[in-house]
Design a protein around this ligand. Structure first.
Ligand SMILES: [Zn+2]
Length: 281
């Protein structure tokens, strides 16, 4: 599932390639549910003739801003990818929307699992209201030690569940949550209220560093899901410390990594480095 680093890589790829391009046409919507707040006909009325002005990211949402203050927002969910193709490219399976630009470039939203969504917002105010209703501070741009300490104050939930809550902090998913907790040496089932200030600070630093490293390595690709705009996989999957490494040695202490279920989702951690009982430090 693409998380913040993968969306950031896509945003950077698009920024280099489609800013200044004008939409010629848009179509190919074969899955109307991917447009939660518009229709293909509305996209075809609003977007042709508009020029791409801004590419941005908030949490796991990719923002594409056009002139006349029109916005497309992509949330890729489990398996969605945003690909750029030359004009003569063959169709690819699972394309649910295609935008043709004036230089012939094709932007395709490709999503085998069909959980991804594309939103249309008719002004930045409308877009901002939507994001404010769904997202807490961005875990790469906004989050720092003081903010995390303040946000965790008085919270009693499990720390991993809080990290996955996009309204608490935006951008982290299962993979980077496991990596950050491993790096901070915090057990995923710890209650937020049990974390010492030192642990909170360590966690804030770990969140930022695992996200930065994910970006530097062009994202993490598991099960052939995440691809960049040129359909290339990332490299970060070869450098993970905890996620997906059940029974393999912890890179810090050598003890096998454990996997447990929290709700329906797996959590990977080192039972020696990440103790469940409150540590005094
Ligand atoms: Zn360990």
């Amino acid at each position: 599932m693409p998380e913040l680093p993968e969306v950031e890589i896509t945003a950077r790829g698009l920024r280099q390639r489609i800013i200044g391009l004008q939409i010629l046409q848009i179509g190919g919507v074969d899955w109307p549910r991917m447009l939660p707040n518009s229709t293909e006909a509305e996209l075809q009325t609003v977007l042709p003739g508009l020029t791409v002005k801004v590419i941005d990211r908030r949490g796991k949402y990719l923002l594409v801003g056009f002139d006349e203050d029109q916005w497309l927002v992509v949330h890729r969910k489990m398996s969605g990818n945003v690909l750029l193709r030359p004009g003569n490219a063959l169709p690819e399976a699972h394309t649910h929307i295609e935008i043709e630009f004036d230089d012939g470039t094709l932007l395709r939203f490709v999503d085998p699992r069909k959980f991804g969504r594309v939103y249309l917002f008719r002004s930045f105010i409308q877009l901002n209201d939507f994001l404010a209703a769904h997202l807490g501070p961005d875990s790469l741009i906004d989050l720092n030690e003081q903010m995390l300490v303040a946000k965790l104050r008085g919270r009693t939930g499990r720390i991993k569940s809080l990290l996955l809550d996009q309204a608490f902090v935006a951008g982290i998913g299962n993979l980077y949550a496991d990596e950050a907790l491993w790096e901070a040496r915090v057990h995923p089932l710890r209650s937020a209220a049990s974390l010492s200030k030192v642990e909170m600070r360590r966690l804030a630093g770990a969140i930022k560093s695992v996200l930065m490293r994910g970006i530097e390595r062009n994202g993490t690709s598991f099960s052939a899901t995440y691809r960049d705009v040129d359909d290339q996989p990332g490299e970060n999957q070869s450098f993970l410390n905890a996620y997906g490494r059940e029974s393999q040695p912890c890179p810090r202490c050598g003890r096998p990594i454990s996997r447990i279920l929290i709700g329906a989702r797996s959590a990977h951690f080192c039972p020696r480095c990440q103790k469940l009982r409150l540590s005094r430090q």
